[in-house]
Design a protein. Sequence first.
Length: 296
Amino acid sequence: MTVAGIRCLASTQDVCGEGCVWHPQQNAIFWTDINRGLLHCYSLGTGEVETWHFDQPVTAVVLTTYDAVLVLILGGAIVVWHTRTHRIIDVLFRLPEWPAVRCNDARVDPAGVLWFGTMQNNVQDDGTTSDVTEWRGALYSLIPGAEPRQWHSGFGITNTLAWSPNGETMYFGDTLANCLYRGSFDPVSSHLEGREVFFAGFPRGLPDGSTMDAEGHLWNCRYGGSCIVRIAPDGSIADILETPLNNPTTCAFASTDVSTLLFTSAADATQPNQTEGSLYALQTSVRGLLSTPLRL
């Protein structure tokens, strides 16, 4: 379906916008520009945007059990950042393979445990993007204060981390393989069991970030495919949302009724557009799931 209600909330001209999350207590949206090492914050109340710069790529943003504290996923580290002092106050993890390998997508499971993926580092020192040629990505979980646990390896670009509404199914993907997987999940012990193909071979672009709605449908942004696909629990296509952008990158739900879909995008050098690489919103007819905060 073609969606006419998509609106640009913030034209930040990101090289690769990613990691959007709605912060209910601050009524704000946080997202990143991976290549420029930026963290953005858009206030839904004022419409103002604040931006902070880091010396590494910023790939994802995670809420925590403290309203004024976020966890930021950087290229080579996972850090705790204070939203009022704008300072890094702790480092939860340093990636040994950095800078050859970097962190990528990250989300928190129903038990409050952080999950994140890695990939060959494709961000050059000057902020440009290189090709990913090595399948060095892996999937990890991390409890603060402990060593990370690796669950799967051999991915090209580890992407999409989401859980079913009852927490008993985990979804994760490999962008380069054009494949989304699922496995059985214990929402109490945070244990992932098995891996089977859930959604693969879709011809429009490649799977990037995703979010989950309350009906158990996965919303997957298709990088290079100009659309967001809503996938039913049985792996069938429930809907295709057409976007005016070539590279939607990740999405999340927001607002008081959690029915506004937010999504980010990456710039497209072949189709210059001043709104590419910005933050967008779309009112939907379904409710999404709120982001689970990380237990600190």
